[in-house]
Design a protein. Structure first.
Length: 383
């Protein structure tokens, strides 16, 4: 078997640790040499503790300074020339574009880009996003296409968007649904009893476009009706994102008695085992890992009828879909599950079966390795 060096590049060390650790482990177990790179952060040390080589980059996610961005690109080119990897795999739009451009100019044999959703530039309607959009489209065309490149997308809507916009040749796009979940870690959740409130969870980065405001609208409405429901919010604000919810706003909801805020939670399996319903009223997703983890626990799911989310949930079959930006509809769906425990149980069981059949991390790792082998035929699949 040919042993090759592969670089995995993401916009946070947290992303590498939480979303791509299993891929890195699979590549390492197959004997390949790995380098993980991202901006500095607390999860870099955790990656090193697991035996991975992780290196920080001089990268600022929100930077629009041309000189700073050119310096970053030149840093990547020099790094790739020095490391001489066989393949560079970049995650999220900025890392996909910069990683692929640098890899092309450094002579790296193969480039893989994974874009989980279209990101702030394409999902937001504010002025900065609209100004950046044409430039980003041009960079996407330059960076992501080419005979030795592949683009991995997580949902069918994004595949259609890229094909219609002619950003990348259709023959070079691959659909792989999500980053995978170790379904064996997530046990069947206990059902709600009459002796305690229904526990509803929203677990996500605390961004407005995750539907945080709609969640609070639903909580306020149902609690005003006197319903015994605890609305749990798990996640931390993301100051590097323009859509971040201010911490003082979250604290005001806590003070009002609308939500229980847990902050960042490391052990999602334990948390999901303690709740009864999982909701994600997001405006758009690549493929939401939190919903898949909840599905693996057999929880009934409520999410929005938007790209990414509807890849996980089929309305009335393995969860409930509600219109986007509609807190009242979200409240009605939660109420429906509370009032009909048989429905909640049926949806949860179907969600669990789907998670194991379609979203287990072994499936995702295998399909990702298949993409690598298209570009590097001597690369053997991880076992």
């Amino acid at each position: 078997m040919a042993i090759m060096k592969i670089i995995l590049f993401a916009n946070t060390d947290w992303y590498l640790y939480n979303f791509r650790r299993s891929l890195a482990e699979g590549l390492r177990d197959a004997g390949h040499e790995l380098l993980l790179i991202s901006p500095p952060g607390p999860y870099g040390a955790r990656l090193r503790e697991l035996g991975f080589r992780w290196e920080p980059l001089p990268m600022e996610r929100r930077s629009l300074n041309p000189l700073r961005e050119l310096a970053l690109l030149w840093h990547l080119i020099r790094l790739f020339r020095s490391e001489r990897p066989a393949l560079v795999h970049g995650f999220t739009i900025k890392c996909a574009v910069y990683g692929s451009l640098a890899a092309r100019w450094a002579g790296v044999p193969a480039r893989v880009s994974a874009v989980a959703g279209m990101g702030y530039v394409f999902s937001s309607s504010d002025l900065k996003a609209r100004v950046l959009r044409p430039m980003v489209r041009g960079m996407l065309r330059l960076a992501l296409d080419g005979a030795n490149a592949r683009l991995i997308l997580q949902n069918s809507d994004d595949v259609a968007l890229f094909e219609q916009a002619a950003l990348v040749a259709a023959m070079r796009i691959r659909l792989i649904r999500g980053s995978g979940v170790d379904c064996a870690r997530f046990i069947q959740a206990a059902t709600a009893g009459a002796d305690r409130p229904l526990r509803v969870l929203l677990a996500a980065r605390l961004l407005w476009d995750k539907g945080i405001a709609e969640y609070v609208v639903a909580a306020r409405k149902l609690l005003a009706q006197g319903r015994r429901i605890e609305f749990v919010l798990a996640g931390a604000p993301d100051p590097g994102n323009p859509a971040a919810v201010p911490e003082q706003t979250i604290q005001s909801w806590v003070d009002e008695g609308l939500v229980t805020w847990l902050g960042h939670v490391d052990d999602m399996a334990d948390l999901l085992g303690s709740v009864d319903v999982m909701v994600l009223p997001s405006y758009r997703e690549g493929l939401p890992k939190s919903l898949i983890e909840a599905a693996a626990c057999g929880l009934p799911l409520v999410t929005t009828d938007v790209p990414g989310c509807r890849e996980v949930v089929s309305d009335g079959i393995d969860g409930l879909l509600v219109p986007v930006r509609d807190g009242d509809a979200l409240a009605h769906a939660i109420m429906q599950l509370q009032d009909d425990p048989v429905l909640a149980l049926r949806l949860g069981e179907a969600a669990r079966a789907k998670a194991h059949a379609e979203f287990d991390e072994r499936i995702v790792i295998q399909r990702t390795m298949d993409v690598y082998r298209e570009l590097l035929p001597s690369l053997q699949a991880a076992t």
